[in-house]
Ligand binder design. Structure first.
Ligand SMILES: *[C@@H]1O[C@H](CO)[C@@H](O)[C@H](O)[C@H]1NC(C)=O
Ligand SMILES: *[C@@H]1O[C@H](CO)[C@@H](O)[C@H](O)[C@H]1NC(C)=O
Ligand SMILES: *[C@@H]1O[C@H](CO)[C@@H](O)[C@H](O)[C@H]1NC(C)=O
Ligand SMILES: *[C@@H]1O[C@H](CO)[C@@H](O)[C@H](O)[C@H]1NC(C)=O
Ligand SMILES: *[C@@H]1O[C@H](CO)[C@@H](O)[C@H](O)[C@H]1NC(C)=O
Ligand SMILES: [Fe+2]
Length: 470
């Protein structure tokens, strides 16, 4: 129905969604390609002297502060920061009262080298035995230039706990990246944690992967990452594999800078792991680590999925950088081999939604699966499947590489909505049956929803859903 790319009035699109629902099982022209198409241009990175990259004042002041969940169920937080002049204090003072930081955690500090770049002193410290749903203040830079921040721990894990996730991918550090982050911060839905689907700084686009751009990215993001946990997924821009300059250890800068609690979920690698947050079970997968049969990631996921208890965490969410369903001409079918291997499990275990990045645009799929094919039966097309996840590509954070605007035509039936604009999304869990999802394009006011959908939980309420795009 909107194949021609004309803009439809809101009411017509809403009506179309209802029709689409009714005929979905028989396949129809349900997909819409947005008419909101803009010029494809490279966007540029903010210059080094931009306000967002400013180094905090004071001798050896802690910078690039970021936090992420530090255990499997939300009672620990990993706090990370960088000092430039000397290692300085490795202590984190923290507490629930701003004037009485009665707890103390010790961290570890290290540096790494990359080609001719030497990093600052990178600190990681895990605060443990935290209370659920509690505001903590914390201070870094003890004894030199103290800086104070705060965060709120997630509520106790349980089936009807409301929780609001932000979704951002492929952010980079362009002017558009700053707009995306600002819109997320100002979104009235108030995200409590970010599910980040990979490709962070894009430092690898600079000569010798200039790691100074990892530092600027850390400072740029601090205004959000110091105050709420960001759950990290590794993308291809984290590989930093550059044998031509002698850098042969994949993921070196990312692994040194962004720690995740992978051991808490029995993983042997920081690139695939899981965390429980409120009523959600988040599984992070690695597009750029081996996933074939018998590999560590394969064996981990095989053992992990049966562990998810939907009576405890109804919402099962998967993050993976390279999308399995993507109808843009960019990175076309790059996610295909992983899809072939893992998709049957995601359908079997009724994953609610898979979020990906990589393609610098937005796309939401119908609930479909493509798992019947066995080489000789010709069943190689995606079909509607109420047990299948919705696939959402949200690689539209706004990095310097620009937008992906070239789409495969005609729009495949499995693609519900696609648009080449920068933006972010919100996944707002209400209870065990309902979650409200909305995508926000940067060109609109931060409260405007350009694509939205009520998600019905696949375990507790597996009935058909409706969506709305404008
Ligand atoms: C690293 O090498 C490049 C050229 O190879 C040079 O432009 C740059 O200034 C060097 N950086 C440092 C920190 O030495
Ligand atoms: C980035 O966004 C913030 C908040 O909207 C603004 O204060 C700042 O000036 C922006 N910086 C650049 C370089 O665009
Ligand atoms: C699943 O979680 C529920 C609610 O927390 C609990 O009562 C039940 O024992 C758990 N089931 C298993 C198999 O652990
Ligand atoms: C879009 O991608 C297709 C397939 O890669 C290519 O043949 C075509 O030239 C591209 N169109 C534009 C306008 O770049
Ligand atoms: C779950 O949330 C939805 C949306 O807010 C609401 O309509 C529904 O009544 C809630 N279910 C229960 C059992 O409270
Ligand atoms: Fe990517």
């Amino acid at each position: 129905m909107n194949r021609s790319g004309r803009t439809l009035p809101v009411a017509a699109v809403a009506g179309a969604a209802v029709v689409a629902m009714a005929v979905l099982s028989g396949w129809c022209d349900a997909g819409a390609t947005s008419a909101f198409v803009r010029k494809v241009e490279k966007t540029v990175d903010m210059p080094l002297d931009s306000d967002v990259f400013r180094v905090p004042c004071g001798y050896n002041a802690p910078q690039q502060v970021h936090i992420t969940q530090g255990d499997h169920d939300g009672k620990a937080m990993i706090v990370s920061w960088v000092t430039l002049d000397e290692p300085g204090s490795n202590l984190v003072l923290y507490g629930t009262s701003e004037n009485n930081l009665k707890f103390l955690a010790k961290g570890k500090v290290h540096r790494y080298r990359y080609y001719n770049y030497t990093s600052g002193y990178i600190h990681h410290s895990t605060l443990r035995h935290l209370e659920y749903d509690t505001k903590y203040y914390y201070v870094l830079g003890v004894g030199q230039t103290p800086r104070k921040f705060w965060f709120r721990t997630p509520p106790k894990v349980g089936p009807d706990v409301p929780f609001t996730f932000g979704l951002i991918g492929d952010l980079g550090q362009s002017y558009d990246s700053n707009i995306t982050l600002s819109h997320y911060e100002l979104n009235p839905s108030k995200g409590q944690a970010v599910l980040y689907v990979g490709d962070l700084s894009y430092a690898d686009n600079y000569p010798n992967h200039d790691n100074v751009r990892w530092d600027t990215w850390g400072r740029f993001l601090e205004r959000s990452t110091a105050y709420q946990p960001w759950i990290w997924t590794a993308g291809n821009h984290e590989l930093d594999f550059a044998p031509e300059i002698g850098e042969t250890e994949p993921f070196k800068p990312f692994k040194n800078r962004y720690h995740v609690p992978f051991k808490a979920s029995g993983s042997t690698s920081p690139f695939w792991y899981s965390v429980k947050i409120g009523s959600a079970y988040i599984i992070v997968l690695a597009s750029y680590s081996a996933y074939g049969k018998y590999t560590p990631q394969y064996k981990w996921l095989e053992a992990e999925l049966p562990k998810v208890n939907r009576s405890e965490t109804p919402w099962l969410i998967v993050l993976v950088h390279s999308p399995w369903y993507n109808s843009y001409n960019y990175h076309y079918m790059e996610g295909e081999t992983m899809r072939v291997i893992f998709e049957p499990w995601l359908v079997k275990y009724k994953v609610d939604v898979v979020f990906s990045g990589h393609v610098h645009a937005y796309e939401r799929s119908e609930r479909i699966s493509n798992i019947a094919y066995n080489i000789v039966n010709v069943k190689c097309m995606p079909v509607p499947d109420p047990s299948a996840p919705v696939y959402i590509t949200i690689g539209d954070g706004g990095n310097l590489e620009g937008l992906a605007a070239n789409m495969t035509e005609p729009q495949p039936d499995y693609s519900a909505y696609r648009e080449a604009s920068f933006g972010h999304a919100i996944f707002n869990i209400k209870n065990r049956t309902h979650a409200y999802y909305a995508w926000h394009r940067n060109q609109d006011g931060f409260a405007v929803e350009s694509d939205s959908m009520w998600f019905f939980n696949r375990f507790w309420h597996p009935v058909e859903e409706s969506s709305d795009s404008t």
